[in-house]
Design a protein. Structure first.
Length: 234
């Protein structure tokens, strides 16, 4: 079991959380570089982190995205109390806001597995298993990263959790955003993940009631721990 430092940052400015992730990633990478020159018995064990948080209204565009997938200009962003960032993860554009569980694993995959596709599948599976505990049946769509409802019916399929990661020297950052009690109106201001023919949903939308965020986080932690072999340090 790998020991993983867990922190719930609460509601935090997006740029502040991004900078914090970068600092943790750099700390782990620097340790890896030092270990290269040391005998195995003298090497430092790697640190790992998992951050949970919510963000004030923000749209983020990944390296492979198109800026015209943001449908607001600067004044409209301001009118919607939102900000916009181009960032260094994969994927296209997405929205983060209150009522969303955002997870940022900063893991040294050398201690898990060196397979970024498997890493994404495990993150998806943790979300799928969490949703199943609420009676929400979710799955995957071939060639479309994320967790979807009615995944097998292209006329009904809708995304409930988006993913976008960065991996540097097999250390990860960024992660996933699960719509729990999210204001879905904000997704109307973008072409989510660059996909124009599929809707976005939330747990609240599907269940018809506001969901306890702490309970969702607890279930996510349980499934992440089991799938990855993690022991969380709080």
């Amino acid at each position: 079991m790998q020991k993983v430092n867990f922190k719930d940052l609460g509601l935090i400015d997006y740029k502040k959380a991004w900078d914090y992730q970068e600092s943790l990633l750099n700390e782990i990478v620097n340790e890896k570089m030092k270990n290269r020159d040391l005998p195995v018995e003298q090497q430092f064990p790697s640190k790992h982190f998992l951050l949970f948080c919510e963000h004030p209204h923000v749209f983020t565009l990944g390296k492979s995205g198109k800026q015209d997938h943001l449908l607001l200009d600067d004044s409209q962003l301001e009118n919607n109390d939102a900000v916009f960032y181009k960032i260094n993860r994969g994927g296209d554009i997405t929205y983060h806001g209150p009522g969303q569980v955002v997870g940022y694993p900063i893991l040294n995959l050398d201690y898990f597995f060196n397979d970024i596709h498997l890493y994404l599948r495990y993150l998806e599976e943790a979300v799928i298993l969490t949703l199943a505990e609420y009676g929400i049946i979710a799955g995957r769509i071939n060639k479309l990263t994320g967790v979807w409802l009615d995944a097998d019916d292209s006329t009904k399929s809708r995304k409930i959790c988006a993913f976008g990661v960065r991996c540097s020297r097999w250390v990860t950052m960024h992660g996933f955003a699960l719509n729990v009690n999210t204001n879905l109106e904000y997704f109307n201001h973008i072409i989510p993940c660059g996909i124009s023919d599929k809707d976005v949903t939330s747990m609240k939308q599907e269940l018809g009631y506001e969901v306890n965020m702490d309970e969702v986080k607890s279930k996510l932690l349980h499934h992440l721990s089991r799938l990855f072999g993690m022991e969380f340090i709080y």
